[in-house]
Design a binder for this molecule. Structure first.
Ligand code: PLP
Length: 446
């Protein structure tokens, strides 16, 4: 590939030292990098990331859950190249372009029923902000401004801008900034790891739904929407739950006139085994937020889809009753081309079916991980695998990351939860390498 070498003016070996001073890295205590060097990456190919001296790492977490079809994917790359020579961007206020129209029509045809309107942004948190603002503004335009509160699940993650952080329930990200946030309510999670002994995942989901119902029975008049991460609560440590929670939540929201916002930013585009996680409960939300894999992980792109009923409540003569959210790069044409190429691959390669075989292979290969004495709750949903490691030290996540890198694997545990979210192009041999390397990393904690 043409990008296999760094340009001579950028010696790779000088990258870590310089970036340590000039770049403030995300989700990082920078001081830890005094002892833990940053890892320079110069190119990628398929599931592999390559360092400057040709060392390679299997990207088992899809570069923070975004990569669906491998790094330097030639089909997505070709679409972006083709677009780049014609138009890189035009603002979407007063203007339109064919890729954004085609992408919207395709998405509308693919998502669970009845969501016919797409509003674009660039990151997942913004897609959430947009859904929250739209839901609030819908009730206001409908003469019910008191419906302004939001409910989410205990342990939910919806991003870290102030509005998205308000409906997030991950203490590490939230506590410090709590005084800046609007209060919101977190109802019990259906995550089966939290179930009492002897309770099935389905029964646990029903109990959680009963708690949601009890809350909304008392507070629906001031509640605009319930927001959930369908089937898998990612940042909480890949907490998985029974789809019956989603069917019940849909019924409860309907009963109490509360919107349902499905945050499929992490789980959309086949990650849970169906194109969208909501399909497994046969429900359609009022708002669907997509991001991460939407562009195949290539370019920042997110979208909030909603129903005609919501759209119509804004369709008035008054500008101030229209939806007020102006994001400069909304509907960027390059990102739309990457997304269209991603949808092409999903369809043409029958990826959802192919992933079933992949998941079977990895589940089989991973039996020794499930049986490892330090491993608890080994679980799988579609193309997500996770387990907790019973290793008693608080620095586990950092130490496991290093142990995995020594095996040529990118694995970045969420506290004690190790997870795999590989690109869908992972081959059988690569899955075996993933399992063997994970076992070796685990053994170093024995
Ligand atoms: C990653 C994520 C977000 C936030 O997306 P960003 O692009 O990081 O802002 C929101 N919700 C879920 C479920 C996510 O996994």
């Amino acid at each position: 590939m043409s990008n296999s070498n760094l340009s001579p003016s950028t010696p790779a070996s000088s990258l870590p030292a310089r970036s340590l001073k000039s770049i403030w890295h995300p989700c990082t205590q920078m001081k830890h990098h005094e002892t833990l060097p940053l890892v320079p990456i110069v190119r990628g190919e398929g599931v592999w990331l390559y360092g400057p001296d040709g060392e390679r790492y299997l990207d088992a977490i899809g570069s923070w859950w975004v990569n669906l079809f491998g790094h330097a994917n030639p089909r997505i790359g070709a679409a972006i190249h083709d677009q780049l020579d014609r138009l890189e961007h035009v603002m979407l206020a007063g203007f339109t372009h064919e890729p954004v129209v085609r992408l919207s029509e395709r998405l509308i045809g693919l998502v669970p029923g009845g969501l016919g309107h797409c509003f674009y942004s660039s990151d997942g948190a913004s897609a959430i902000e947009i859904a929250l603002k739209m839901s609030f503004h819908y009730w206001r335009n409908s003469g019910r401004p008191e419906k302004s509160g939001f409910v989410s699940l205990q342990n939910d993650y919806h991003g870290e801008t102030l509005g998205a952080l308000s409906v997030t329930d991950v203490a590490l990200f939230k506590q410090t900034y709590a005084p800046l946030l609007r209060p919101s309510v977190h109802v019990p999670t259906p995550d089966w790891r939290c179930a009492e002994e002897g309770i099935t995942p389905e029964a646990h989901a029903r109990r959680a739904a009963a708690a949601l119902e009890a809350h909304l029975a008392g507070h629906h008049a001031e509640t605009a929407a319930l927001i959930v991460e369908p089937l898998v609560q990612g940042a909480a440590g890949m907490g998985m739950y029974h789809p019956s929670y989603l069917s019940l939540a849909r019924q409860i929201c309907d009963r109490y006139d509360v919107h349902l916002i499905a945050d499929e930013i992490a789980v959309g585009f086949g990650r849970t085994g169906t194109l969208f996680a909501c399909e497994q409960a046969d429900i359609a939300p009022d708002f669907l937020c997509l991001g991460k894999g939407l562009s195949g992980g290539y370019l920042p792109l997110s979208v909030t889809l909603t129903s005609d009923q919501v759209y119509q409540a804004f369709y008035r003569d008054e500008t101030a009753q229209g939806f007020l959210h102006s994001h400069t790069h909304t509907g960027n044409i390059l990102a739309c081309r990457a997304a269209l190429a991603t949808l092409d691959i999903l369809e043409q390669d029958k990826v959802i079916d192919a992933n079933r075989a992949r998941a079977r292979y990895l589940n089989d290969a991973a039996k020794p991980i499930a049986a490892h004495p330090l491993v608890k709750n080994f679980r799988n949903c579609g193309m997500i695998w996770a387990f907790e490691v019973d290793a008693g030290d608080p620095g586990f996540a950092d130490r496991f990351f290093q142990a995995a890198m020594a095996q040529g694997l990118v694995l970045r545990p969420l506290e004690r939860t190790v997870y795999f979210m590989p690109p869908y192009v992972i081959g059988e041999g690569e899955m075996e390498q993933l399992v063997a390397g994970t076992l070796k990393a685990l053994d170093s904690f024995g």
